[in-house]
Design a protein around this ligand. Sequence first.
Ligand code: AVJ
Length: 292
Amino acid sequence: MAGLSLPQKAIPPKYFYDAAGSRLFERICRLPEYYVTRAELSLTRMHIAAIARFAGQGCELVEYGSGESLKTRLLIRALRPAAYVPIDISEIALRQSTRKLSKSFPWLKIIPVPGDFSRPIELPRARAPRVVYFPGSTIGNLDPEEAHAFLAMTRDQAGRMLVGVDLKKDANVLHAAYNDSRGVTAAFNLNILARINRELGADFDLSQFSHYAFYNAAAGRIEMHLVSLARQRVRVARHRFGFDRGESIHTENSYKYSAEGFRALAARAGYSGKKLWTDRKGLFALHGLTAV
Ligand code: AVJ
Protein backbone atom coordinates (compact mmCIF):
# COMPACT_ATOMS: atom_id res chain seq x y z
CA MET A 1 0.00 0.00 0.00
CA ALA A 2 2.85 2.37 0.88
CA GLY A 3 4.64 1.61 -2.39
CA LEU A 4 1.52 2.02 -4.51
CA SER A 5 0.93 5.42 -2.85
CA LEU A 6 4.29 6.84 -3.95
CA PRO A 7 4.51 9.30 -6.88
CA GLN A 8 6.56 6.60 -8.68
CA LYS A 9 4.56 3.53 -7.67
CA ALA A 10 6.82 0.73 -6.48
CA ILE A 11 6.66 -2.79 -5.03
CA PRO A 12 9.78 -4.33 -3.42
CA PRO A 13 11.10 -7.30 -5.43
CA LYS A 14 11.07 -9.62 -2.40
CA TYR A 15 7.32 -10.02 -3.03
CA PHE A 16 8.03 -11.83 -6.32
CA TYR A 17 8.77 -15.03 -4.49
CA ASP A 18 5.53 -16.76 -3.64
CA ALA A 19 5.40 -20.44 -4.71
CA ALA A 20 4.55 -19.56 -8.34
CA GLY A 21 7.14 -16.76 -8.42
CA SER A 22 9.90 -18.99 -7.06
CA ARG A 23 9.07 -21.55 -9.77
CA LEU A 24 9.12 -18.88 -12.48
CA PHE A 25 12.47 -17.64 -11.21
CA GLU A 26 13.87 -21.18 -11.47
CA ARG A 27 12.70 -21.19 -15.13
CA ILE A 28 14.44 -17.82 -15.70
CA CYS A 29 17.69 -19.37 -14.45
CA ARG A 30 17.51 -21.93 -17.27
CA LEU A 31 16.74 -19.47 -20.09
CA PRO A 32 19.35 -19.15 -22.85
CA GLU A 33 19.40 -15.33 -22.50
CA TYR A 34 19.76 -15.33 -18.72
CA TYR A 35 23.54 -15.81 -18.52
CA VAL A 36 23.68 -14.99 -14.77
CA THR A 37 23.11 -18.45 -13.30
CA ARG A 38 25.20 -20.31 -15.88
CA ALA A 39 28.13 -17.89 -15.55
CA GLU A 40 28.13 -18.20 -11.76
CA LEU A 41 27.82 -21.98 -11.86
CA SER A 42 30.68 -22.21 -14.33
CA LEU A 43 33.02 -19.96 -12.32
CA THR A 44 32.13 -21.85 -9.15
CA ARG A 45 32.95 -25.20 -10.83
CA MET A 46 36.16 -23.80 -12.31
CA HIS A 47 37.49 -22.35 -9.03
CA ILE A 48 35.83 -24.61 -6.46
CA ALA A 49 39.08 -25.72 -4.80
CA ALA A 50 40.28 -22.15 -4.25
CA ILE A 51 36.82 -21.02 -3.12
CA ALA A 52 36.66 -23.85 -0.56
CA ARG A 53 40.16 -23.01 0.64
CA PHE A 54 39.12 -19.38 1.13
CA ALA A 55 35.96 -20.33 3.09
CA GLY A 56 37.78 -22.90 5.21
CA GLN A 57 36.92 -26.59 5.60
CA GLY A 58 34.43 -27.36 8.36
CA CYS A 59 33.09 -23.82 8.64
CA GLU A 60 29.45 -22.98 9.26
CA LEU A 61 27.93 -21.92 5.94
CA VAL A 62 25.16 -19.30 6.15
CA GLU A 63 23.35 -18.57 2.91
CA TYR A 64 21.03 -15.59 2.38
CA GLY A 65 18.27 -16.03 -0.22
CA SER A 66 19.09 -19.69 -0.69
CA GLY A 67 16.14 -20.51 -3.00
CA GLU A 68 16.80 -23.93 -4.55
CA SER A 69 20.44 -23.93 -3.31
CA LEU A 70 21.80 -24.94 -6.73
CA LYS A 71 25.33 -23.49 -6.55
CA THR A 72 25.52 -24.37 -2.89
CA ARG A 73 25.68 -28.08 -3.72
CA LEU A 74 29.12 -27.60 -5.22
CA LEU A 75 30.25 -25.68 -2.17
CA ILE A 76 28.84 -28.20 0.32
CA ARG A 77 30.59 -31.06 -1.46
CA ALA A 78 33.94 -29.25 -1.44
CA LEU A 79 33.66 -27.65 2.02
CA ARG A 80 32.02 -30.32 4.16
CA PRO A 81 30.65 -27.57 6.44
CA ALA A 82 29.92 -28.21 10.13
CA ALA A 83 26.44 -26.82 9.48
CA TYR A 84 24.46 -25.21 6.66
CA VAL A 85 22.07 -22.38 7.57
CA PRO A 86 19.88 -21.48 4.55
CA ILE A 87 17.79 -18.30 4.93
CA ASP A 88 14.91 -17.60 2.54
CA ILE A 89 11.75 -15.49 2.46
CA SER A 90 9.81 -18.32 0.75
CA GLU A 91 9.04 -20.98 3.35
CA ILE A 92 7.94 -23.41 0.65
CA ALA A 93 11.16 -23.04 -1.35
CA LEU A 94 13.12 -23.39 1.89
CA ARG A 95 11.29 -26.56 2.94
CA GLN A 96 11.70 -28.17 -0.52
CA SER A 97 15.40 -27.37 -0.82
CA THR A 98 16.08 -28.59 2.74
CA ARG A 99 14.37 -31.89 1.93
CA LYS A 100 16.34 -32.34 -1.31
CA LEU A 101 19.66 -31.36 0.25
CA SER A 102 19.31 -33.73 3.18
CA LYS A 103 18.73 -36.56 0.66
CA SER A 104 21.94 -35.70 -1.21
CA PHE A 105 23.99 -34.96 1.92
CA PRO A 106 22.71 -37.17 4.76
CA TRP A 107 25.73 -36.23 6.92
CA LEU A 108 24.97 -32.50 6.72
CA LYS A 109 23.42 -30.58 9.63
CA ILE A 110 20.88 -28.19 8.06
CA ILE A 111 19.31 -25.40 10.09
CA PRO A 112 16.77 -23.59 7.85
CA VAL A 113 15.82 -20.05 8.91
CA PRO A 114 12.72 -18.58 7.20
CA GLY A 115 13.16 -14.84 7.08
CA ASP A 116 13.32 -11.50 5.32
CA PHE A 117 16.90 -10.25 5.29
CA SER A 118 15.91 -6.66 4.51
CA ARG A 119 15.51 -6.54 8.31
CA PRO A 120 18.11 -7.74 10.84
CA ILE A 121 17.93 -11.51 11.27
CA GLU A 122 18.88 -13.44 14.34
CA LEU A 123 20.99 -16.47 13.56
CA PRO A 124 21.25 -19.64 15.63
CA ARG A 125 24.47 -19.76 17.65
CA ALA A 126 27.53 -20.52 15.53
CA ARG A 127 28.95 -24.06 15.69
CA ALA A 128 32.13 -23.21 13.80
CA PRO A 129 33.72 -20.14 12.19
CA ARG A 130 31.02 -18.64 10.03
CA VAL A 131 31.09 -17.84 6.35
CA VAL A 132 28.25 -15.92 4.74
CA TYR A 133 27.39 -17.02 1.20
CA PHE A 134 25.31 -14.59 -0.84
CA PRO A 135 25.36 -15.78 -4.46
CA GLY A 136 23.20 -15.06 -7.49
CA SER A 137 23.68 -11.29 -7.46
CA THR A 138 20.77 -11.04 -5.04
CA ILE A 139 22.72 -8.09 -3.62
CA GLY A 140 21.93 -6.34 -6.92
CA ASN A 141 18.32 -5.97 -5.77
CA LEU A 142 19.44 -3.60 -3.02
CA ASP A 143 20.30 0.00 -3.76
CA PRO A 144 23.85 0.95 -2.74
CA GLU A 145 22.79 2.28 0.70
CA GLU A 146 20.80 -0.89 1.43
CA ALA A 147 23.68 -3.03 0.17
CA HIS A 148 25.99 -1.16 2.54
CA ALA A 149 23.63 -1.81 5.48
CA PHE A 150 23.35 -5.48 4.54
CA LEU A 151 27.13 -5.91 4.28
CA ALA A 152 27.58 -4.13 7.62
CA MET A 153 25.11 -6.60 9.21
CA THR A 154 26.87 -9.70 7.84
CA ARG A 155 30.21 -8.14 8.79
CA ASP A 156 29.10 -8.50 12.43
CA GLN A 157 27.97 -12.12 11.88
CA ALA A 158 30.92 -13.67 10.11
CA GLY A 159 34.61 -13.18 9.44
CA ARG A 160 34.30 -14.11 5.80
CA MET A 161 31.87 -13.59 2.99
CA LEU A 162 31.45 -15.00 -0.50
CA VAL A 163 29.24 -12.74 -2.57
CA GLY A 164 28.18 -13.19 -6.19
CA VAL A 165 27.85 -9.94 -8.11
CA ASP A 166 26.78 -9.41 -11.71
CA LEU A 167 29.34 -7.42 -13.69
CA LYS A 168 28.71 -4.35 -15.85
CA LYS A 169 28.57 -5.35 -19.51
CA ASP A 170 27.14 -4.56 -22.97
CA ALA A 171 23.66 -3.13 -22.42
CA ASN A 172 22.31 -5.32 -25.26
CA VAL A 173 23.32 -8.48 -23.39
CA LEU A 174 21.66 -7.14 -20.24
CA HIS A 175 18.56 -6.15 -22.16
CA ALA A 176 18.14 -9.63 -23.65
CA ALA A 177 18.58 -11.28 -20.23
CA TYR A 178 15.63 -9.32 -18.79
CA ASN A 179 13.49 -9.44 -21.95
CA ASP A 180 13.67 -13.12 -22.84
CA SER A 181 11.99 -14.34 -26.02
CA ARG A 182 9.82 -16.89 -24.19
CA GLY A 183 8.24 -14.26 -21.96
CA VAL A 184 9.18 -16.00 -18.71
CA THR A 185 10.57 -12.79 -17.18
CA ALA A 186 7.36 -11.00 -18.17
CA ALA A 187 5.30 -13.73 -16.45
CA PHE A 188 7.56 -13.48 -13.38
CA ASN A 189 7.02 -9.71 -13.22
CA LEU A 190 3.25 -9.91 -13.77
CA ASN A 191 2.89 -12.69 -11.18
CA ILE A 192 3.32 -10.07 -8.46
CA LEU A 193 -0.07 -8.58 -9.50
CA ALA A 194 -1.72 -12.02 -9.45
CA ARG A 195 -0.30 -12.50 -5.97
CA ILE A 196 -1.71 -9.16 -4.79
CA ASN A 197 -5.11 -10.09 -6.26
CA ARG A 198 -5.09 -13.39 -4.43
CA GLU A 199 -3.56 -12.43 -1.09
CA LEU A 200 -4.89 -8.89 -0.61
CA GLY A 201 -8.17 -9.13 -2.50
CA ALA A 202 -7.38 -6.81 -5.41
CA ASP A 203 -8.70 -6.54 -8.94
CA PHE A 204 -5.62 -5.96 -11.10
CA ASP A 205 -6.44 -6.92 -14.71
CA LEU A 206 -3.15 -8.51 -15.80
CA SER A 207 -3.97 -7.96 -19.48
CA GLN A 208 -3.90 -4.19 -18.81
CA PHE A 209 -0.26 -4.17 -17.66
CA SER A 210 2.90 -5.00 -19.56
CA HIS A 211 6.42 -6.01 -18.59
CA TYR A 212 9.07 -3.37 -19.27
CA ALA A 213 12.78 -3.77 -18.46
CA PHE A 214 15.69 -1.55 -19.50
CA TYR A 215 19.26 -0.78 -18.50
CA ASN A 216 19.62 2.56 -16.71
CA ALA A 217 23.29 3.23 -17.47
CA ALA A 218 23.55 6.35 -15.28
CA ALA A 219 22.42 4.36 -12.24
CA GLY A 220 24.19 1.14 -13.33
CA ARG A 221 21.10 -1.00 -13.00
CA ILE A 222 18.41 -2.90 -14.86
CA GLU A 223 14.98 -1.59 -13.90
CA MET A 224 11.84 -3.67 -14.21
CA HIS A 225 8.45 -2.01 -14.37
CA LEU A 226 4.83 -2.96 -14.97
CA VAL A 227 3.35 -0.37 -17.32
CA SER A 228 -0.34 0.42 -17.32
CA LEU A 229 -1.75 0.04 -20.84
CA ALA A 230 -4.76 2.25 -20.10
CA ARG A 231 -6.06 4.89 -17.76
CA GLN A 232 -7.61 2.76 -15.04
CA ARG A 233 -8.46 2.40 -11.37
CA VAL A 234 -7.52 -0.64 -9.32
CA ARG A 235 -8.93 -1.69 -5.97
CA VAL A 236 -6.60 -3.25 -3.41
CA ALA A 237 -8.47 -4.31 -0.29
CA ARG A 238 -10.20 -1.06 0.80
CA HIS A 239 -7.91 1.23 -1.19
CA ARG A 240 -8.16 2.57 -4.73
CA PHE A 241 -5.22 3.46 -6.93
CA GLY A 242 -5.45 5.41 -10.19
CA PHE A 243 -3.14 4.75 -13.14
CA ASP A 244 -2.56 6.97 -16.14
CA ARG A 245 -1.92 5.28 -19.44
CA GLY A 246 1.84 4.61 -19.56
CA GLU A 247 2.29 5.02 -15.81
CA SER A 248 4.38 2.28 -14.22
CA ILE A 249 4.93 0.34 -11.03
CA HIS A 250 8.67 -0.05 -10.43
CA THR A 251 9.13 -3.66 -9.33
CA GLU A 252 12.88 -4.33 -9.36
CA ASN A 253 16.36 -2.91 -9.61
CA SER A 254 19.22 -5.19 -10.52
CA TYR A 255 22.50 -3.34 -9.96
CA LYS A 256 25.61 -4.26 -11.92
CA TYR A 257 29.05 -3.55 -10.45
CA SER A 258 32.57 -3.45 -11.80
CA ALA A 259 35.01 -5.46 -9.66
CA GLU A 260 36.55 -2.24 -8.30
CA GLY A 261 33.15 -0.62 -7.72
CA PHE A 262 31.98 -3.51 -5.60
CA ARG A 263 35.22 -3.71 -3.65
CA ALA A 264 34.86 -0.02 -2.78
CA LEU A 265 31.31 -0.62 -1.52
CA ALA A 266 32.47 -3.61 0.57
CA ALA A 267 35.37 -1.58 1.97
CA ARG A 268 32.94 1.07 3.25
CA ALA A 269 31.15 -1.71 5.19
CA GLY A 270 34.35 -2.95 6.82
CA TYR A 271 35.31 -5.73 4.42
CA SER A 272 38.53 -6.13 2.55
CA GLY A 273 38.27 -7.64 -0.93
CA LYS A 274 40.68 -10.57 -0.75
CA LYS A 275 39.71 -12.76 -3.73
CA LEU A 276 37.98 -12.30 -7.04
CA TRP A 277 36.86 -15.13 -9.29
CA THR A 278 35.17 -14.63 -12.66
CA ASP A 279 33.90 -16.91 -15.43
CA ARG A 280 35.79 -17.21 -18.73
CA LYS A 281 33.52 -14.72 -20.52
CA GLY A 282 33.90 -12.13 -17.73
CA LEU A 283 30.16 -11.92 -17.15
CA PHE A 284 29.94 -12.54 -13.41
CA ALA A 285 32.14 -12.11 -10.32
CA LEU A 286 32.43 -13.95 -7.02
CA HIS A 287 34.13 -11.85 -4.34
CA GLY A 288 35.89 -13.32 -1.32
CA LEU A 289 35.73 -10.72 1.47
CA THR A 290 37.26 -10.78 4.93
CA ALA A 291 36.14 -8.61 7.83
CA VAL A 292 38.73 -6.01 8.86
C1 AVJ B 1 17.56 -12.91 -8.22
C2 AVJ B 1 17.78 -10.57 -8.09
C3 AVJ B 1 19.55 -11.87 -8.99
O1 AVJ B 1 18.28 -9.42 -10.67
O2 AVJ B 1 18.83 -10.92 -12.13
C4 AVJ B 1 15.83 -12.21 -12.87
C5 AVJ B 1 16.06 -11.52 -10.39
N1 AVJ B 1 14.69 -10.52 -12.22
N2 AVJ B 1 15.14 -11.73 -13.92
C6 AVJ B 1 18.26 -10.58 -11.10
C7 AVJ B 1 15.55 -11.42 -11.79
C8 AVJ B 1 14.45 -10.72 -13.52
C9 AVJ B 1 17.53 -11.67 -10.29
N3 AVJ B 1 18.07 -11.74 -8.90
